[in-house]
Design a binder for this molecule. Sequence first.
Ligand code: BYC
Length: 336
Amino acid sequence: MYTQAMDTAAREGHASASGLAPTEREQRFEARIAAGEYVEPKDWMPDHYRRTLVRQISQHAHSEIVGMLPEGNWITRAPTLKRKAILLAKVQDEGGHGLYLYAAAETLGTSRDEMIEALHTGQAKYSSIFNYPTLTWADVGVIGWLVDGAAIMNQIPLCRCSYGPYARAMIRVCREESFHQRQGFDALYAMMSQGTQAQRDMVQDAVNRWWWPSLMMFGPPDGESTHSEQSMRWGIKRIGNDELRQKFIDAAVEQAKVLGVDLPDPQLKWNPERGHHDHGAIDWDEFWRVVGGDGPCNRDRLAARVRARDDGAWVREAAMAHARKRAACDAAAQAA
Ligand code: BYC
């Protein structure tokens, strides 16, 4: 899908943008965004818009890839064959999401090697949530319910992102994420409704540990968000961090009642005037510590990714050697 987007010739009116004075070009770009048009790879765009997208899309891709690790940790220990098959498929989906997203970011002129290098050297971020450990099987269910649930809430508006390749990738990703969320809920519901007291306690313990980090996934409060204002003006983000977090909390409260678990926030209470749930204070110091590299699993996560890249070097080299031989054969066949 990205290849098609890249092959699309710059459309009439946009192709000629390079002949315009810089301010006029920017005004025309802003007008297109205001009119709700999609920006495609060959269209003119301000450098800052391009850099913002590369930053966000590559971080999103890294999150999907690093996000395979906490759940991957349970594939060999899933309680039944059915749960193992589901988990394998889910983790594989996350890998696929990472690949679509790297491909979408590549359309902006940054190579995959550059993006991966930025992750491995700690220059690029990935979602804070994946720096927490998965201690029990219930953590896998809670990741599906809360982490994928938060991801969907955040990502549905990205299906209307002004950059076409990102928006199109998000449509497919969101469909799969919604299955992921339901499978997590289903795994927890099985333990809560048919399990032993020990299993119900295990679910509650996992909810207690993942609830606050899930709320942090939406990013800092709007007042402290560096990029929100500009990203919303450009139609990259459609809804602010706080509004999305609130929508997620309101939805999760009702789902928690169905599951029969408590959310670990004594201040969580319906506020009829606001039409939303009030909630307790989020520990933003913890968030910045984790984002800064000092969470419970940051070092392990990065080390696992670097090791995977090193271990896979021979596969990449073999594929390149094969491609070179193939090209030489094709050239010889054409010359004959
Ligand atoms: N973790 O100005 P702000 C998944 C950074 S994976 C780490 O509000 P922005 C899944 C932010 O980057 C889903 N860093 O930023 C996979 C910025 O730093 P830089 C992942 C965070 O970009 C496997 C600074 O804080 N989803 O679904 O306007 C299994 C200031 O923030 C975080 C995405 O990536 C964080 N939580 O808004 C299961 C969605 N929050 O870059 C599930 C796409 C903020 O200036 N991304 N920061 O150094 C977004 O929607 C936005 O980038 C964010 C942040 C809402 C995350």
